[in-house]
Structure formats: C-alpha cells, structure tokens
Design a protein around this ligand. Structure first.
Ligand code: NAD
Length: 441
C-alpha cells in the first residue's frame, strides 16, 4: 500500500512514520524546503521522544520518503492525508488556507482514484470544502477522476505522540463512502489490536468530535484552576480537593491538575475556533467562553504572585525560570504560559535567566536576547531573587536544596505546577508559593 502525508509537523511526521512502521510505503510532503532537506539528511525538525530512531529505521528500510513535490507523492497513492497547520485567523476561526491549498494541488495533479483524508483539526464543513476544491480543479482540467473524502482528526499528545498513535484510545473517521471506509480500516488495522476502537461516523460528527474533545479537556483545566484560586481564598488545599473529587469514578482523577493555564498549539486555538463556529449559528458557547477567560487570567497568576511577594518592587530583580515549553517532553513553545509570565516580568523591569532541557532553541525565536539562557538548572540560579517553576520536566522534581541555597540571593520558589511540597521547601529554608494551596504552614 502506498500513501502520501502532507505536512511534516508534529502530526504529519508522526502519522507518516507510524504508518511506514507497519510496512506501508509513505511519502511525506512539505512546502518547507529546509525541513525536507534536513529530513532527507536524517535531521528531525521537532523533538518527540522516539521519533528520530523510528524515522531512521523506516528510511533505511526504504518505506519512508520525503519530498516537496506533492505531485510526485501522489503516484500510486491510495490515500492522501492532509496534516498541515490550521492556525487561528484574526477572528479566532481556523485558517483553512493551507488545507485548501493542498486540496487544490491534489485536484490539479491526481490521475487515479484516491481518498483525501483531512487529519488537521478543522471546523465542521471543511471536508465538503476539500471535496469542492479537489473537484473544481479536476473539472477545470476537463477530466473525470473519482475520489472520496474523509475526516480523520488526530488525538495524539505532543511528548507521547508515538505511543498515542500506536495505541490510540480511539480512531475517529467520518466518511460517506464505503470504499473510503474499507481502505482506511485496512490502513489502521495494525493499530486496532488489543481492542483499540475505530469509530466510523458521518463527516460533521467526526469534525466536531475533535473540537468537543479538546474543549472538554480545556474545561477540566479551567475548572480546576478556578477551584484552586478559591482554595487559596478559603484556606483549602487544592491537592486534597483534587484527590477528594478524583476518586469519584464519575469524575476520575485524570487531567484535573491546576497550574498556570493551558497552552500549546491545540487547546487555545481549538477552543477559540469552536466558539467562533457556534457564534456563526447564533449559539454562544457560554461555558467555553468562561473556560477561555479563566485561562487568560490563570496565565498571569504566577507573575502576580511574584509581584505581590516583592510588594511590586521587581524592577532590577533577577528571576530564574525552570521550564519554558508549554508542557514537558516537547520543544513546542506555541502559546506556552511561560511566554506571558516572562513578558510580564520583563515589562516590570525584572531580569530573567531561563533553563529548559529541550525548548531553549524554540524559546530563542520568541525572546531573542531579551532573556539569558543557562546550561543547566543551577546555572540560572546564580544571584537569583526567586525561582519560577513553569514546566514540570522530570529533572526538576528533586532539586538539590543545598546548591540552591548557596546560589540564590532570595530563597523563594513559585511553583506553577504544584510539583513541590511546601513543608519540605519551608524546612529547607525556602518560602514557597504554589497554586491553590497555602504558602506557609
Ligand atoms: P505544524 O505547524 O507542526 O506542521 C504543519 C506543517 O505543514 C509545517 O511543516 C508546514 O510547513 C506544512 N505545510 C503548510 N502548508 C503546506 C502546504 N500547502 N503543503 C505542504 N506542507 C504544508 O502543525 P501540527 O502541530 O503538526 O498540526 C497540524 C494539524 O494537526 C493542525 O490542524 C493541528 O491543530 C492538528 N493537531 C495537532 C496536534 C499537536 O499536538 N500538534 C494534535 C492533534 C491535532
């Protein structure tokens, strides 16, 4: 079987590599020439655990290819996946220009029956737009080439993407074509072992499922952040409350950790996009509007705690930041809460020294030389007026208090992810500020 994947980002590259690993002949396409020439040399443009080795294995076996030439990738392909970016447009709706540009390219170049699958996260109605774009170009050529469309939203999590793809909680496919269903089922068969389900449904339901899933997850986060803030006011400990509610099987204990707000390339844009879609039907999604507002405020909470601790005198102070990416195990800085927090402290006149195990190159694109970067976690603590823990990378979990004490001028830790124990911090001579918990015994 031969397939084409367009877009070699987090989704396209993982999808292509995982399909190639099952024996399928995969061509990955991107318009970014540098990305493709690097991939051809074995340089992987993103950090995703295990991906580099898996790419190398499949390239060596001759099953995984990279090109900028979409036409070439279509040769004998039975399926083409569109996995390009769908960034938020100015009004919050998903920008479909990349998706539709690919669809038009397919229409211009296809000469045999193919299934055009949208894997990017796209609003309801996009598969029909893709169908119209492909059809329009085929008709413009005065030929008749049969094709089908399908929607196959992706649920992988950055940082765990390969495992998620290989062992999916579910695969969702929307299509109105039995032929498309048959070929997609065959392609995904290796991932369905051990009862991983594939759910076929109508196209609008598949398209909405992705937004509903991300909105639900974002809602859980904002709910817990709201409760955490209330905990601080009433003297409760959100960790206790979290455990108390999470042991109710109707609620469950996953994804109810408070913190500094959700970020990344998906939740913020997808919540915005579904709100926008609903608005066009004159149905304001009030709950999700609140989810968004809470999240915007939550990203400012740590900077507010810092300012409060220093009674607004942060000008000239130096703060150390551990963790920059929007979550651990990824280099992705898109919409990372660290951006807002650091910018706010810089604007207040503070100096920032930051360390992240993987995301510093990406962070440099955002901050340039506005901040300093350290070689390791302790490097950035020299002469520090406070440590801000912003991403819960494993290597930050058990810090060396003695070294910290020697290096830091002011012994205070602002824990944006609640990974430290207040008692332990206090015992070791640190003031401690977490989220939704008392800051002193
Ligand atoms: P990304 O920005 O990492 O990669 C997109 C790639 O598409 C880029 O390499 C870009 O050069 C390429 N591209 C753009 N236009 C193109 C064109 N016309 N032809 C060929 N290539 C083109 O994006 P991503 O994070 O992989 O996300 C892709 C889609 O998947 C988005 O819709 C996103 O919402 C969705 N998604 C992302 C994740 C995630 O965790 N990143 C998870 C699930 C779904």
């Amino acid at each position: 079987m031969k397939i084409s994947i367009v877009g070699t980002g987090y989704v396209g590259l993982v999808t292509g590599t995982c399909f190639a690993d099952t024996g399928v002949n995969v061509t990955c396409v991107d318009i970014d020439e540098k990305k493709i020439s690097n991939l051809k040399k074995g340089i992987v443009p993103i950090y995703e655990p295990g991906l580099e080795t898996m790419i190398k294995n499949n390239v060596d076996k001759g099953r995984l290819h990279f090109t900028t030439n979409l036409k070439e990738s279509l040769d004998q392909a039975e399926v083409i996946f569109i996995a390009v970016g769908t960034p938020p447009g100015e009004d919050g709706s998903a920008d479909l220009s990349h998706v539709l540009a690919v669809a038009r390219e397919v229409g211009k170049n296809i000469n045999h029956s193919i299934v055009v699958v949208t894997k990017s996260t796209v609003p309801i109605g996009t598969a029909e737009k893709v169908r119209a774009a492909v059809k329009g170009e085929i008709e413009a050529r005065g030929v008749d080439v049969p094709f089908n469309v399908a929607s196959n939203p992706e649920f992988l999590k950055e940082g765990n993407a390969i495992d998620d793809f290989l062992k999916p909680d579910r695969i969702v496919v929307g299509t109105d074509s039995e032929e498309a269903e048959k070929v997609i089922r065959r392609l995904y068969k290796p991932f369905l072992l051990n009862n991983h389900p594939i759910l076929f449904m109508d196209i609008p339901s598949a398209e909405l499922t992705k937004y509903a899933a991300n909105s639900m997850l974002a809602t859980k986060i904002s709910f817990m952040n709201d409760i955490a803030n209330l905990c601080e006011l009433v003297g409760a400990d959100v960790n206790m409350v979290r455990k108390g509610i999470g042991s109710d099987s109707r609620i469950g204990n996953k994804f109810i950790y408070p913190g500094i707000g959700y970020g990344g390339s998906c939740f913020p844009k997808d919540v915005k996009a579904i709100i926008r879609t609903a608005n066009t039907y004159n149905y304001p999604l009030r709950l999700l509007q609140a989810v968004e507002h809470i999240n915007e405020d939550q990203k400012r909470i740590i900077a507010a705690k810092v300012k409060n601790y220093f009674q607004n005198e942060v000008k000239g102070k130096t703060f150390s930041v551990w963790g920059l990416s929007f979550k651990p195990h990824t280099d992705d800085m898109r919409e990372a809460p660290a951006i807002i927090i650091i910018r706010e402290l810089l604007e207040a006149g503070a100096k920032i020294k930051a360390y992240d195990p993987i995301a510093m190159d990406e962070a440099k694109k955002e901050f340039n030389n506005d901040i300093e970067y350290g070689q390791d976690p302790y490097d950035v603590l020299i002469d520090s007026d406070g440590l801000l823990l912003l991403t819960e990378w494993p290597e930050f979990r058990i810090p060396n208090y003695n070294v910290m004490k020697k290096l830091m001028t002011t012994k205070v830790v602002f824990d944006g992810r609640n990974i430290y124990d207040m008692h332990e911090m206090n015992e070791n001579g640190f003031d401690y500020m977490g989220i939704g918990r008392a800051s002193k015994e």
